[in-house]
Design a protein around this ligand. Structure first.
Ligand code: TXA
Ligand code: MG
Length: 333
């Protein structure tokens, strides 16, 4: 059964090959030592996560990050020095310290230094980098509170360190760096934007180009459905009346397949009441609220959730958050 643990207990448990719910500034992670293949496999089992979806490795300093790579370059150096610790994951060529179970057979590894003092102390004390995906069941809403993690793993032996609410609230921006070609790809948007990354590289006098990520296999976790609450969520255009929302949601949900890209879709028979998910009009505050709100609304008596799309949601500051909302949603009406 999942239970709360102190930092000391968590360190001990990780060293013994256990799984620990770890607070980070983005979302809680489900961590295991990267040098323990059984522990790493148990992450996939506890999350019911397919083995084709690679894990991010968490480090406490730059040397530990470099120790996992077969190549490092000035672009990675500049981004790591500027944004770490922080919500940026760098995908770099891996070396043999990182197993192919962690990277799903890819020759690269995603690495991040979280901006959370509890997480950094734990990684340092364990002495080995920690593989940690978000601590939720595969395809479901990510956790931003310790209680969220406890409720995701009622049957598994998982210890959770309570670090309070995650400040950022959505997962890190993932950037893959083609060492040698000086090119970068954003594989997952987050609160660190492409323009912030470009600004840092320009200021470091580095040559670089952004290439568009077309190959979905490059980021195997970037499927259509992700972050889904336990009740269906629909995104609503314009100021549709509640009656119209209910009617269109019924039609939409009926038309969906039972499962898509390994994720089972929620299709309740009864869809007669909806609850509006309201978020701040301030994007950084909205990101902090998002996953808690999705969970709270799912626990209400309503049959489904809806979120009203406004014109300001298309501003670039909302990019990461809208990516999560679109994937969490069953559709747009
Ligand atoms: O903020 C975060 O990144 C959180 C916290 C816990 O650090 N972690 C997180 O992990 O969001 P997860 O497993 O939920 O999402 C990680 C995604 C994978 O789905 C995959 O798309 C991508 O990272 N990824 C990991 N390694 C990769 C690699 N070598 N190449 C491409 N994509 C990779
Ligand atoms: Mg995740």
């Amino acid at each position: 059964m999942a239970k709360l643990a102190s930092e000391i207990e968590a360190i001990h448990f990780l060293q013994q090959g256990g799984l620990v719910g770890l607070p980070t500034e983005t979302v809680y992670g489900l961590a295991a030592k990267i040098d323990d293949p059984v522990a790493v496999e148990s992450i996939f089992k506890a999350k019911r996560r397919p083995f084709f979806d690679p894990l991010i490795v968490h480090v406490y300093n730059l040397d530990q990050a470099k120790s996992l790579c077969s190549g490092w370059d000035p672009i990675a150096d500049s981004l790591a020095k500027h944004f770490w610790p922080g919500p940026l994951t760098l995908v770099m060529p891996k070396n043999s310290l990182v197993s192919e179970v962690i990277t799903s057979g890819l020759p690269t590894v995603g690495i991040r230094m979280p901006n959370n003092s509890v997480a950094l102390r734990i990684i340092k004390q364990v002495g080995i980098p920690l593989a940690a995906p978000s601590a939720n069941q595969f395809g479901k809403t990510s956790p931003t509170l310790a209680t969220h993690v406890l409720s995701e793993f009622p049957d598994d032996m998982v210890y959770v360190v309570d670090g309070g609410a995650c400040e950022v609230g959505i997962e890190s921006t993932i950037v893959s760096i083609d060492v040698g070609a000086s090119s970068l790809k954003i594989l997952r948007p987050g609160v660190i934007s492409e323009s912030q990354i470009a600004k840092v590289l320009v200021e470091s006098n580095l040559n670089f180009k952004f290439v568009i990520s077309e190959d979905r296999l490059m980021a195997p976790g970037q499927m259509k459905h992700h972050y889904m609450p336990t009740k269906p969520l629909v995104l609503v255009n314009d100021d549709l009346t509640v009656e119209k929302i209910i009617l269109e949601t019924q039609q939409l949900i009926k038309s969906l397949p039972d499962q898509e890209e390994s994720v089972k879709l929620v299709k309740p028979d009864k869809l007669t009441s909806g609850i509006e998910v309201s978020l701040s009009s301030q994007p950084s505050l909205a990101a902090r609220q998002l996953y808690s709100r999705l969970r709270e609304c799912s626990e209400s008596n309503a049959d489904f959730l809806y979120f009203r799309l406004r014109s300001y949601h298309s501003d670039s500051d909302w990019f990461g958050l809208m990516d999560r909302l679109k994937k969490a949603a069953s559709g747009i009406i």
